[in-house]
Ligand binder design. Structure first.
Ligand code: PHE
Ligand code: ZN
Ligand code: ZN
Ligand code: ZN
Length: 290
């Protein structure tokens, strides 16, 4: 099955990054389950040709535009019944900031996940969300969740939001932030995926302030994945009920938010953590074990 990409706003300053997602290949890897498939996912994500590609765009139009890629599950060609796994990022940036980190980085990792998974059959529906108008108040994501029927909402396994996932700013760490500070299925899958590749740096605490909030508000499990100098109230990294404070990198919402200030290593970690979680959920070639 091809990945359907809907380009509702093909030109102008608010144009999305160029989406070129390839179609399925006939070869299905034989997965043994256990840790074997996790090694395979990492190998796949690490391969040279799987280079991250990121472009930038600038938010100038308060109307914004959502760009949603949908790939139906095997056995559900009409896309009416399979569970839905969604990854999201926002495609706008603030005026005056090119938005390489905020949030072309998130879109780059989203598209890489889509491209890798395009080569395999899926037993869940994969949705890639490029949300407009995030900086104006989560406008695109709120509009998007409002288009979902109750039946469609009920099919959601979760939404993995990536916003600012590539800063080289040294104090930043990878956080899984939820609007209520509680862990959920989306967070837990990310922890599991990190553990499978030997990354134990992920922490969970409380924050809204990105598109995951819109999903949370309608009862869909979601989390924001973000490299941020986030400071939980209770050391040494325990999340209290009110959440913490944070300090942003110097490039945040500035003209210096350019590709010069993007860390490939942190993009790769994000890809391992979020891509690994999504692959574990969506690939029917992967044996899901307890
Ligand atoms: N929505 C925020 C933004 O795009 C993401 C963010 C959250 C930034 C928390 C900083 C701190 O600017
Ligand atoms: Zn921003
Ligand atoms: Zn952002
Ligand atoms: Zn597993």
């Amino acid at each position: 099955g091809a990945v359907a990409v809907i380009l509702a706003h093909p030109a102008g300053n608010n144009a999305p990054p160029s989406f070129t997602l390839t179609t399925a290949q006939p070869n299905i890897p034989v997965m043994g389950g256990g840790s074997a498939h996790h090694t395979w996912i990492k190998d796949l994500l690490d391969k040279g040709p799987l280079t991250l590609r990121i472009t930038t765009n600038q938010y100038v139009n308060p109307m914004g535009t959502n760009v949603i890629g949908i790939r139906h599950a095997v056995g559900d060609p009409d896309g009416t019944k399979a569970p839905i796994v969604m990854v999201g990022a926002h495609i706008d940036s603030v005026l005056g900031a090119p938005g390489a980190h905020d949030d072309a980085s998130g879109n780059g990792v989203s598209l890489e996940i889509a491209r890798v998974l395009s080569q395999y059959p899926l037993d869940k529906e994969l949705r890639i969300g490029g949300f407009g108008g995030e900086e104006g108040g989560l406008l695109g994501a709120k509009a998007y969740v409002n288009t979902l029927t109750a039946a469609e909402r009920a099919r959601f396994v979760g939404e993995w939001q990536m916003d600012m996932v590539g800063t080289p700013y040294e104090p930043a760490r990878l956080w899984a932030l939820t609007p209520n500070g509680q862990s959920n299925h989306v967070v837990q899958e990310a922890y599991n995926a990190g553990a499978r590749v030997g990354f134990d740096g992920l922490r969970n605490c409380r924050l809204g302030q990105s598109d995951h909030q819109a999903f949370f508000d309608v009862g869909i499990p979601s989390s924001l994945f973000i490299w941020l100098d986030y400071r939980p109230p209770t050391p040494p990294a325990v999340c209290g009920p009110t959440g913490g404070t944070y300090v942003t990198e110097p490039q945040y919402h500035r003209p210096t938010d350019t590709m010069d200030n993007i860390s490939p290593e942190r993009l790769q970690i994000t890809l391992d953590v979020v891509g690994g979680a999504v692959a574990h959920n969506a690939l029917n070639a992967v044996t899901v074990s307890a």
